[in-house]
Design a protein around this ligand. Sequence first.
Ligand SMILES: [Fe+2]
Length: 405
Amino acid sequence: MENESETRGPRRIFTRRVVIVLVAWAVLTTLGSWRHQRRWIDEAASDSWVGIDAALQVMVLPAWLGARTVGNGYGVANSLAWAIGVNSIGFGALAVAYLVAHAGVRGLLIPKSRVGDSIDPSRRRLLLGAAPDAIAAVSGCGLLYATVVEPNWIRVTRTDVPIEGLSPSHDGLRMLQISDTHRGPRISASFIAEAVRLGIAQKPDLILLTGDYVHMGVEFIEEGAALLAPLVRIAPTVGVLGNHDWYAGAHRVRHTLTNYGVRMIDNDRCFLTDQCRLDADAGTLCIAGVGDLLEDHVDFDRALSGVDRSMPRLLMSHNPDAAELPELRSHRVDLMLSGHTHGGQVRLPLIGAPGVPSRYGQKYAQGLVDGPACRVHISAGVGMSVAPFRFGVRPEINLLTLRST
Ligand SMILES: [Fe+2]
């Protein structure tokens, strides 16, 4: 009798848990599908929901990746039917995993009481039975931090860069690098505006924009460019395109940014005069740029040939992997400025950044690194792509101060 009541109690608790999980699954599936409809299909989601929408999407990310594989790529994001299917399956898988973990802990890890047991079985059951709840709680906190807190916690990095043969009037030149703003459903206009305000507060002499102004979608081009316009009013601003600008429409992104006063220099160059003005032909610091490595072509010769060898040169390339191209070794470059890798978006203790989109592993994740031909500064960027989370890689803008050597 005693044994029977001992098993009936846990069974009743497990049944109650199944009901709670089923209700949670239904609520999350409905919420996730509704939020997807608002953000990705209607494009009418307010900025204040951006973190919650990201958390809901990340929870079912494996299901979205599966949907992209069996569906028509990124196009599945435009369908409510796909969203409902993905959310049902994604949250369903989480619910099943949670219940299996509970059942497993009870069935496999909690032994039946034995004569002479020193630990009260009900106490042991309580302690071990709490393990799946504890794991779910810690995972939930981590998820909220990575989707709601860190992606909105922008910082300014400050780096001094020694340059040989720098004009005395450029000694101490303050350059602001802003990269990968990714205006789109995942990155709000208000967050980019905050990054721009923070950049202006650094009082830069020169501003360098290293691509990915728009995440995807032609409808974000105008706003993605307009958000950067206040920069042009305070300092000369130069830019190159990134791979996501090509996905949105490279010609239109270039044209819109040019209309706002950004000098676009993909496979081209300009010069900074001693009076800190941009000039097409003459100056004392060459600012060159190349096209995106993935979606355009990289032409170092067009960008750099004919420039006086004694003149210091900056080279802007959205993708830092361009630093490894052997053709670069025949040109003088003092500093290359890149973005693209977003620092891998996740950086873990001991492991580092396991997911850097580069052929060279973590080498070009972020910061100032030595390439085979020149030093490369890689910004971890303002926005995100692939998945809307950051962990250990805060969004950043970068202040680089040139020092004469
Ligand atoms: Fe990017």
